[in-house]
Design a protein around this ligand. Sequence first.
Ligand code: GDP
Length: 449
Amino acid sequence: SLTLDEPQQTSQKVKSKNLDVLAEHAKAGRKNAASFVVIGHVDHGKSTLMGRLLYDLKVVDQRSLDKYRKEATSIGKSSFALAWVMDSTAEERERGVTVDIATNNFETEKTKFTILDAPGHRDFIPNMIAGASQADFAVLVIDAGTNSFEAGLKGQTREHAQLVRSMGVQRIIVAINKMDSINWAQDRFEEIQQQISAFLTTTGFQSKNIAFIPCSGLTGENVVTPAPEKAAAWYTKTSSPQTLVQALEAHEPTKAALSSPLRIPISDIFRGGVQNPLSISGRIEAGSCQVGDSLIAMPANESCSIKGIEIDNAPADWAVAGQIVTLHLTEIDPVHLRIADLLCDARKPVPNIRSFTTKILAFEHVLPMTVDVHRGRMHVPGRIASMVCVLDKSTGNVLKKKPRVVQPGSVARVTVELDTAVPLEVPGRIVLRSGGNTVAAGLLEEVHA
Ligand code: GDP
């Protein structure tokens, strides 16, 4: 028989209210949630722009900003003060800043945002890839200054835009930054807009998914506060969205994302609570759920059910794609759950697969080799088993069949075999790494049991 200090098994399934969750969502007016990645050439002002955004949204206060400025000055980089906002530490959180900057979460009136990487960090590309593999959209920062734009287009502007597109990001907000440095010149803005537009559409972005915002991260125009009319009369009168924050808020989860089967990658597991002996947290990638729902945890292939849902520490009856939730689970032994596992709709779980075909963008030479396959926080060892073909970047036509090696910067189709079966489905975004380096990023095209 049980002694008192043994954990109690809460095995009772909670009865479902059988809500029409999408209808509830439509009328609830809950905040949307969205995540994005910030890309662009070095020094085009990514960190400053994000710092300005957080400062003007009052996510960071003047005192913290002064502190960053001091620290920045002490290493001879005073102009980076705003940029340092992005690197803030646990101290700020302890002092009760309302938003957790360390994980880069902030919210506006309409939306809760997650910035999926901290620009300015040294190993930017790997961070960005991890971020891009989960991003709802990208913010591309471009320095409008003479020559800088052109230099960027030869450099990381091009590379980053291709990267996020190849990772499945469909929507992009182009912040044409440092407009203060060119006196808000309309013709310059339009010239850049036209060139970037042409480039992005050949990269595979649809024009309806591209927005342009002229702004200045340093002085703050059109970030949160609209630019005064005298600075940019040509822009302010007709433009919607006008500011960066309005463009960010324009993102809403698609109907498709809401109505697909539930997918929640587990980012944390909590055990031993008195009321709730087993809880997980994570961001709902697709679908919706409600209390009482049956789920399947993969790769364990074990069923469980939702006993309770919390959003922002408050109980909720339901949750939808984009939201970050805590789920209290019952009817499962905790040994079956690990961080990075996937909780799925029990009627339509993601099967474990042993191999897949993927369209990759290569960052290094790709040849038959061992790789670690990453999807979000999940990773599993495997190997590139066959080199199918090299593809034309813009048309997708086959350039060469069965290449022996794929050159960095090229797009190719390869098949990968996994050492252990894991839940992956089309059109998942994956990253291939080897020896600590990112070798390629790709989109799944076919999966095999
Ligand atoms: P990152 O490498 O893209 O993150 O760029 P930073 O944010 O570190 O900025 C690079 C440099 O550009 C710094 O010296 C900034 O002060 C400067 N800068 C950033 N935004 C602006 C802007 O809107 N206007 C002007 N004039 N300078 C800016």
